[in-house]
Design a binder for this molecule. Structure first.
Ligand SMILES: CC(C)(COP(=O)(O)OP(=O)(O)OC[C@H]1O[C@@H](n2cnc3c(N)ncnc32)[C@H](O)[C@@H]1OP(=O)(O)O)[C@@H](O)C(=O)NCCC(=O)NCCS
Length: 163
């Protein structure tokens, strides 16, 4: 059982999201970019994990036809490794299934093994590389794709809190 709750992001969350962006990403989004994303509820779904009134993580996804695109995910520094990102992804995955989406994709820096481990647990697999994808660092991105399938089917590869 996690102590945090997950809800849809709102405009009033933007400063907290900006704080996570600025500490967790080499190329953080701006406040206006975040506001645009949160506000575009037709094609985007932004969620936050809230613990004791503080946003400890967020996830932004985008819908393109029958595909889910993971746009961004970040956990507040100091709260990593507790399952925050996993529960945000679980929530988005269930929502994607309910919407009838069939495939999911994202880009992740080749050096970002932490995030890759998270994604691999959802069945994501590398299908290609985008050279120099990240403007500031010039780092390559791995392009990952997954089938959106029932989370129960993925259980053996997922972390468990059982002793
Ligand atoms: C990548 C990122 C989102 C992961 O967030 P997180 O909240 O730490 O992720 P989780 O806790 O759900 O999972 C991470 C690890 O914690 C473990 N974990 C999950 N629940 C746990 C729990 N209750 N107790 C202890 N560990 C747990 C997982 O097994 C996982 O282990 P692994 O990385 O060794 O496989 C976070 O590190 C981050 O914000 N990074 C910077 C931004 C970034 O790179 N975003 C991705 C861009 S593509």
């Amino acid at each position: 059982m996690s102590d945090w709750t997950i809800r849809l992001a709102e405009r009033r969350d933007v400063n907290e999201l900006l704080g996570i962006e600025q500490t967790q990403f080499p190329e953080p989004w701006t406040k206006n970019m975040l506001l645009d994303e949160i506000g575009n509820t037709e094609t985007r779904r932004y969620t936050v994990a809230v613990l004791g009134g503080t946003i400890v993580g967020y996830l932004g996804v985008m819908f393109v036809m029958d595909e889910l695109h993971v746009n961004t995910i970040g956990t507040l520094p100091g709260f990593e490794g507790r399952g925050v990102a996993t529960s945000l992804m679980d929530d988005a995955w269930r929502d994607a299934l309910a919407r009838g989406l069939v495939r999911a994709t994202l880009e992740v820096a080749t050096s970002n093994q932490r995030a890759q481990r998270l994604y691999f647990r959802y069945g994501f697999k590398p299908v290609g590389i985008r050279k120099n994808y990240y403007e500031r660092t010039r780092e390559d991105a791995l392009v990952l794709w997954a089938d959106v399938v029932d989370l129960d089917g993925l259980k053996p590869a997922r972390p468990t809190l059982d002793p």
